[in-house]
Design a protein around this ligand. Structure first.
Ligand code: HEM
Length: 88
């Protein structure tokens, strides 16, 4: 059975497999590391916090149960050190 392709057609070809790997650990990801992908963006702690707030709002809007919400927030949080500039 084929899986219908949905979502943003502009997303990078690596984004979907990477997210799938991080969330479910179901496949091997061979793209860039989180640090390689985000270091040049200079994301500040303040910007990171805003992203987390928006992410929570989206999960709540879709009524994701508390357990799954926390699991996703934990995964996102585990990438913070690689995504946020230090001292910003
Ligand atoms: C404030 C937070 C974040 C911002 C502003 C941000 C922004 C971006 C941008 C602009 C890119 C493309 C970089 C480039 O190709 O030059 C990127 C790549 C990516 N980001 Fe983020 N990101 C954030 C947090 C996250 C988080 C929390 C995750 C996953 C848990 C994530 C997953 C990815 C992935 C999978 C890629 C593609 C990596 C690849 O090309 O191999 N990002 N992000």
């Amino acid at each position: 059975m084929t899986t219908p392709r949905a979502g943003n057609p502009k997303e990078s070809p690596e984004a979907r497999p990477r997210m799938a790997f991080m969330v479910a650990g179901t496949r091997q990801y061979q793209g860039r590391t989180m640090k390689e992908s985000h270091a040049h963006l200079n994301i500040t702690p303040r910007e990171w916090d805003r992203m987390v707030t928006i992410f929570k709002e989206i999960l709540a809007k879709h009524k994701l149960p508390a357990t799954e919400t926390q699991e996703l927030l934990d995964i996102v949080e585990s990438t913070k050190a690689d995504n946020v500039v230090s001292g910003g």
